[in-house]
Design a protein around this ligand. Structure first.
Ligand SMILES: [Zn+2]
Length: 385
């Protein structure tokens, strides 16, 4: 989820009626092989603007399940089923992860950074990082003054302008000899773990878990031998975190008829969240469906129908001017595309310990899959015919 647009959307509020069907009965969908792919895909760095290695891993997994694929100039990857069909349906997620840039190197070898996406300055001090250089990865650490030397009454708080990296070099020359230069991109090395069997934790689950989920939909279509009456475009967009840019590009190229987008939203049940401001969403309680001007209501009704028919629990969100996701780019692109958003509730967004519930991951996959099965060729979603 992109910080840029979600910041503006301060009047996002939950609707009070949470639809609760019987306990989720969706069959387990994740296989050992899909979990292996998830781990490999998540552990690989995919910073905004530099997503291509991750896109290759994603396409490699997708290939058995698609008829064709395209990759655009900036790296958005699209797996296609039924490429000759005229009616085009998109399922979409974004491929990029928030990161930092090397911004300024001091004479004594300290490295100051600039955000690439909504990276969180508060979590940076004491973290290890990888600086990506042409000579290979360089390990560094975010330093911070010791607790002993800080004045407790006026402690510095970490800001993007006062955090720095130490890569063990004592001069700018030494930093440069390691291959580090202004513009090198920086990611965290934190890897995928599972807590208590069903809580997936990793950096940048926002939103590579989305790329994973749409790939799983393609796998299920193939394995269940489902023949769709339209062209399906499984889109893994680049550059969402800096303002939905990859989606803005690919919607014009594809000019689809329908787009179902998936991204993450906040689980607001953890400490220090404000439900009055952020709404009431809990991971483990199912996918979150947004009501918003960008969401086409007849498509949303079809998705709700798919959820109810298949006993998939879901939650509702009221968004305002922006959903803060690629949904906006699809809805308002290519002359207006019937779009909807299926969100996965996530704890600790834009930290290195983003957390989602396995049941929700499976339910989002099921809900996208079942919704696709309800869409007809030349499906007319217009309100007035
Ligand atoms: Zn995000």
């Amino acid at each position: 989820m992109c910080l840029l647009h979600s910041e503006i959307n301060s009047d996002k509020m939950a609707k009070t009626d949470k639809t609760k069907s019987a306990k989720a009965t969706a069959p387990k969908v994740l296989t050992d092989n899909s979990m292996k792919f998830l781990e490999k895909y998540l552990n690989n760095p995919s910073p905004t603007g530099f997503e291509s290695v991750g896109q290759k891993i994603w396409l490699e997994y997708m290939k058995p399940y698609i008829d064709d694929y395209i990759v655009d100039t900036y790296g958005t990857a699209v797996g296609i089923i039924n490429p000759d069909a005229e009616f085009k349906v998109v399922i979409e997620a974004h491929a990029d992860e928030i990161s930092w840039f090397v911004h300024y190197i001091t004479d004594d070898g300290m490295i100051y950074v600039k955000r690439n996406g909504g990276s969180d300055h508060q979590i940076a001090p004491s973290k290890r990082v990888i600086i990506h250089t042409d000579k290979g990865p360089v390990t560094a650490v975010f330093g911070w003054p010791a607790i002993h030397v800080r004045k407790s009454e006026k402690e510095h708080t970490p800001k993007s302008t006062n955090i720095w990296l130490d890569c063990g070099a004592r001069s700018k020359k030494e930093v440069e000899e390691m291959g580090v230069h202004v513009g090198c991109v920086i990611t965290y090395p934190d890897e995928f773990i599972i807590l208590n069997n069903d809580h997936f934790v990793g950096r940048a689950l926002d939103n590579r878990i989305g790329g994973f989920m749409i790939a799983e939909v393609a796998r299920m279509l193939k394995e269940n031998k489902k023949k769709l009456p339209f062209g399906l475009y499984i889109v893994n967009s680049v550059q969402e975190e800096i303002g939905l840019r990859g989606a803005e590009m690919i919607v014009e190229r594809l000019r689809p008829n329908v787009a179902i987008v998936t991204d993450v939203c906040h689980d607001t049940t953890t400490p220090m969240m404000n439900k009055l401001e952020q709404g009431d969403f809990k991971s483990g309680d199912g996918p979150v469906l947004s009501y918003a001007p960008a969401v086409q209501n007849n498509l949303l009704k079809l998705i709700i129908g798919a959820a109810k028919d298949n006993k998939i629990d879901f939650q509702r969100m009221a968004a305002s001017r922006y959903t803060g996701t690629d949904t906006d780019a699809f809805a308002f692109g290519a002359g207006g595309v019937a779009s909807a958003l299926i969100s996965l509730p996530l704890r600790y967004m834009h930290t290195t310990v983003e957390m989602v519930h396995r049941n929700d991951v499976e339910s989002v996959i099921q809900l996208i899959y079942q919704s696709l099965l309800k869409i007809e060729n030349n499906h007319d979603f217009r309100y007035i015919k």
